[in-house]
Design a protein around this ligand. Structure first.
Ligand code: GDP
Ligand code: MG
Length: 161
């Protein structure tokens, strides 16, 4: 490919994706990972954990005053989650599109929520909603050493502009 100095995409953008407890219980982890792999994004961090209320209250700090907040905490601590960092051009916005509307009743078919859920209280997956949000959440959930900078062998076919 001819490399234009000005039009190279930012391939380093990262976002945080989590399979919530209902997604883990329903054995959807593989299908969700598959969608991000098949889109061409690069996995740079992955772990499974039982989340603490302390971590969740930081993760969802903007929602503290919402009426559903106590039930959200209960839901998110009801079992293990699988949390991931995915990397690639425009990954924050594209992931939101792939995940679908917060309320599964409004999520398009073909999105994770549109294909696997029907109610906002059990919507299977989390995706960061902005670049700033992604950076904040990645720092909250992962230590720098647990995010890997690695060269993907097919980068030139899947990531060049
Ligand atoms: P998201 O970024 O699409 O996940 O949506 P928000 O950041 O607005 O909300 C975070 C999470 O809180 C959602 O994914 C839902 O799990 C939950 N949530 C949001 N709104 C509601 C609601 O009205 N009722 C309930 N029970 N949960 C909600
Ligand atoms: Mg959100």
């Amino acid at each position: 490919f001819h490399r234009s100095q000005t039009s190279l995409p930012d391939l380093r953008e990262r976002t945080l994706i989590a399979v919530k407890p209902d997604g883990v219980q329903r054995r959807l982890v593989g299908q969700i990972i598959q969608r991000f792999e098949q889109r061409g994004f690069k996995l740079v961090g992955l772990k499974m954990l039982q989340v603490s209320e302390d971590l969740l209250s930081q993760h969802y700090c903007e929602l503290r005053t919402k009426p559903f907040y106590p039930s959200l905490l209960h839901y998110m601590t009801s079992g293990p989650v699988v949390v991931m960092v995915w990397e690639g051009h425009n990954v924050v916005q594209t992931s939101r599109t792939m995940v679908g509307h917060t309320n599964p009743a409004q999520a398009q078919a073909g999105t994770v929520r549109g294909d696997f859920s029907f109610h906002v209280s059990r919507n299977v997956v989390h995706a960061s909603d902005s670049l700033e949000g992604a950076q904040r959440e990645i720092q909250l959930w992962f230590q720098g050493k647990d995010l890997l900078n690695w060269d993907c062998c097919d980068q030139t076919c899947t990531s060049e502009a």
